[in-house]
Design a protein around this ligand. Structure first.
Ligand code: KPL
Length: 306
């Protein structure tokens, strides 16, 4: 059986890491930067091995069901990417979203109403260390599964698991991806704004001075999740948050990096999503709102246009 070919949009840290995995596993792929660029790209793996990526390799004009369009982008870039690609996909071309925060699949759906859509979240960590080099800074796991409105195809699910297990292991197939995304949202809603606001690596958040703020963000999201029908305990959410704080202690979060490089952050898709969902249910999320306002003010002070 032929492998699905990975058509990866953008050349961000996670997209590059995926490309490096495909290169090593001899899986057909192309890495398609959003802006035209001729630079080469290297990925330094955790064992210090350097993988050189086929950058700007010729890409097919139309993607078929033998391709999977992978969008490892910022949440706010997804709608534009889907609009740009809509005329180059067949209705049967599968599309995979890999981003922080929530709301991505609704944004993509307006342009790709029929395509089988898959959602993923990863705890692999990678960092762009220079304009042409990405480093894999932390091993993790990737949850993948269908979007809620995508009808189940056993064959496609197997193909996706096979190809991603070969280049981005370990893979955990989940039918309930929204629940996995809410848990990751909680992790990001704690770590990302606090590390950006206080200009600290993730591990500093284990210090007692952050305990009560972290507890409050988690309690608020727990209430919102419950109101949305998710059956999870506050302890399980807290455990996951601290697990990631410890596992990624030396890393700087993506929001910290965005602020440091004067880029727009994903605050709208993270704490902003919590606030919008809470508002519909009349739930108080004042700590999430406080962090949201702080990050917006930081962005404005750096002259970032959103
Ligand atoms: O996803 C992340 C991010 O930085 O965006 C975490 C898990 C917080 C790791 O840094």
């Amino acid at each position: 059986m032929t492998e699905l070919a990975l058509r990866i949009v953008g050349s961000g840290a996670i997209g590059s890491l995926l490309g490096a995995g495909a290169e090593q596993a001899a899986i057909p792929y192309s890495l398609m930067p959003r802006k035209n660029t001729s630079r080469t790209l290297e990925v330094i793996k955790q064992n210090r091995e350097t993988v050189r990526l086929k950058h700007n390799a010729p890409e097919p004009q139309t993607l078929t069901e033998k391709d999977i369009l992978v969008l490892p982008l910022k949440a706010y870039q997804l709608a534009d990417a889907a609009r740009a690609w809509q005329h180059r996909l067949l209705p049967s071309t599968p599309v995979l979203l890999l981003h922080n925060g929530m709301g991505g699949y609704e944004a993509v759906r307006q342009y790709l109403p029929q395509n089988p859509l898959f959602l993923a979240t990863t705890s692999h960590a990678a960092l762009r260390v220079s304009s042409n080099c990405v480093q894999h800074t932390g091993s993790g796991r990737t949850d993948i599964g269908p979007a809620p409105d995508t009808t189940r195809s056993e064959d496609l699910a197997h193909q996706i698991v096979r190809v991603f297990s070969a280049c981005f292991a370990p893979i955990n197939w989940r039918e309930d991806m929204l629940s996995a995304l809410w848990i990751k949202l909680t992790v990001n809603a704690v770590i990302n704004p606090l590390t950006a606001i206080h200009n600290i690596p993730n591990g500093e958040l284990a210090k007692p001075e952050y305990t009560s703020c972290i507890a409050s963000v988690i309690t608020e999201i727990f209430r919102v999740m419950r109101s949305e029908g998710y059956d999870i305990s506050k302890d399980a959410l807290r455990e996951r948050v601290y697990e990631v704080i410890h596992a990624s202690a030396a890393n700087y979060s993506s929001m910290h990096q965005d602020i440091a490089h004067q880029r727009a952050t994903e605050i709208d898709a993270i704490n902003g999503y919590v606030i919008r969902t809470a508002k519909k249910k009349g739930i108080d999320v004042s700590t999430n709102s406080f962090l949201y306002e702080k990050v917006c003010a930081l962005q404005a002070s750096k002259g970032v246009l959103t």
